[in-house]
Design a protein around this ligand. Structure first.
Ligand code: UTP
Length: 472
């Protein structure tokens, strides 16, 4: 028998669905029988119905987002590490790591629809030689920096109901990649229902609504359901390095950026690169009227904002966010504690659904909207933010698609290319047609990897793999 409070929650879900005009859906769910119906409604009781209602209204109005008044978007200001400053900055960042001030946080709750990989994206093999997975690759960096600084870097891993069990199993099977399991903290984000272009909830099976993770902006409400930030604060953490699971080129612990962030005493630093074309799918780092820094998703820039150029031919909104940020922990705790509701965006996606035929292939056309929150929609709540310009070739090659641009093959080639450049800059002679993989645990910086000693091809230190053939 269902207890009263549970019953109340189920009644609330029913009322929310009726308010959205979803009586037909309710009828379909009821056909599964009382037990299954109770289970589905129980799952739906976790959903933020106020947010869904806003999203349905947007879909019915034919718009994809309502992120507040727009105004004129101007280029945001950007800092960059001067070559002459790098050594000092590196030492400062290292000192913060040694003092145990830095934690890492990866968002890995996405479904990787475009990639079409069977499993969480973080379990995708990416090492050009070793085939180490994305999770393994990030873990090796965290382990390397922890060992080098003598201070364990805690790692928060955001999963979703879809990826949680598989992600934990992946870490278990790999012995936590040599990390101390007590320093790795999994937490799961919430889900939102997918809707069709008319604002009706879609079903994944005849008796279940299609649910998907609520976007990387689900980070804040997911954290609010844990005590993880308090625990980080209690152990002296001040800076959180946020990254997305799908970019193996990113140095997930970057002493230079950490130092730029801490020196500026800002709440938020966003890494940006120079956009190459107006169509490039990067959120734009902008100044929003007088009200501060924002990142505007590429789908929400209008054509003139996207393609406007300076007299010298550069794009005006040329700074693209790579989804790597540094947060001040005190700001993050306060923001999470205050429980702000971020806007919901409608992302056209292929939703596997019985309502419009099974369409699970990433090649087919979008048939509805996933509802997502974006992490950078927290920027309006930040009083001090900055962007840090980094090198695209050194830091950005995410895995989004199965083939072509932003594919696993492109990311492996970019990793091998960067590793070769690093080794050559450190004095190594790398034979042509050689795939180079540096073990990320041995510092992603050959000057430190080699302690400044010149390297020749026959003098390969531990942590460097060199194998002939073409990059895969
Ligand atoms: P993307 O927006 O590229 O989404 O995520 P995705 O799930 O990886 O791939 P598609 O769009 O379905 O093809 C960028 C980062 O944000 C995380 C992803 O795991 C990835 O690290 N993310 C995305 C979440 O953690 N939760 C989400 O709900 C969405």
């Amino acid at each position: 028998m269902i207890s009263e409070p549970v019953n109340d929650r189920l009644l609330e879900v029913e009322s929310a669905l009726v308010a959205l005009g979803q009586e037909t859906l309710l009828e379909a769910l009821r056909l599964a029988g009382p037990a299954a119906y109770g289970d589905v409604l129980g799952q739906l009781s976790e959903v933020d119905w106020a947010g869904v209602s806003d999203a349905v209204a947007l879909a019915r109005m034919g718009v994809q987002a309502d992120s507040g008044p727009r105004g004129v978007l101007k280029p945001g200001s950007i800092v960059e590490a001067e070559p002459t400053e790098r050594e000092d900055l590196h030492a400062e960042g290292l000192a913060a790591l040694q003092a145990g001030r830095v934690a890492a946080l990866v968002v890995a709750g996405g479904m990787g629809t475009r990639l079409g990989f069977d499993g969480p994206k973080g379990a995708l093999p990416i090492g050009p030689v070793s085939e180490r997975t994305l999770f393994g690759h990030h873990a090796a960096q965290i382990r390397g920096w922890s060992e080098a600084t003598g201070s364990q870097i805690p790692w928060l891993v955001m999963t979703s109901p879809r990826t949680e069990a598989m992600t934990r199993a992946h870490f278990d099977a790999a012995g936590f990649f040599g990390l101390d399991a007590a320093n790795v903290h999994f937490f799961s984000q919430h889900q939102l229902p997918a809707i069709d272009f008319d604002g009706n909830l879609m079903r994944s099976t005849p008796h279940e609504p299609a649910l998907s993770p609520d976007g990387h902006g689900g980070l804040f409400s997911a954290l609010a359901a844990t005590d993880l930030l308090d625990r980080l604060a209690a152990r002296g953490i001040e800076t959180v390095s946020y990254f997305q699971v799908d970019n193996p080129l990113l140095p997930v612990i970057d002493p230079v950026a950490i130092a730029l962030h801490r020196r500026a005493r800002v709440d938020w630093s966003a890494k940006v690169i120079r956009k190459e074309t107006p169509a490039e799918k990067l959120g734009a780092w902008v100044q929003h009227g007088d009200s501060g820094a924002r990142i505007v998703e590429y789908t929400e820039l209008n054509p003139s904002e996207r393609s406007q150029r300076t007299p010298s031919g550069d794009l005006v909104l040329s700074a693209g966010s790579i989804g790597a940020h540094l947060f001040d922990l005190a700001w993050l705790r306060e923001f999470v504690r205050e429980g702000h509701a971020l806007p919901i965006h409608l992302s056209p996606k292929v939703i596997p659904s019985v309502d419009s035929g099974p369409q699970s292939s990433p090649d087919t056309q979008p048939n509805g909207f996933k509802l997502e929150r974006f992490v950078f929609d927290a920027l309006p709540f930040v009083s001090r933010a900055q962007a840090i310009r980094v090198s695209r070739r050194d830091e950005y090659s995410p895995v989004k698609n199965a083939a072509g641009d932003y594919s696993p093959a492109a990311a492996r080639a970019a990793l091998a290319d960067r590793n070769r450049r690093w080794l050559e800059a450190a004095g190594a002679k790398v034979p042509p047609n050689t795939i180079v993989e540096l073990n990320p645990a041995h510092f992603p910086d050959p000057a430190h990897l080699l302690n400044g000693a010149p390297l020749t091809a026959s003098d390969v230190p531990p942590g460097v793999l060199m194998v002939g053939g073409n990059p895969r």
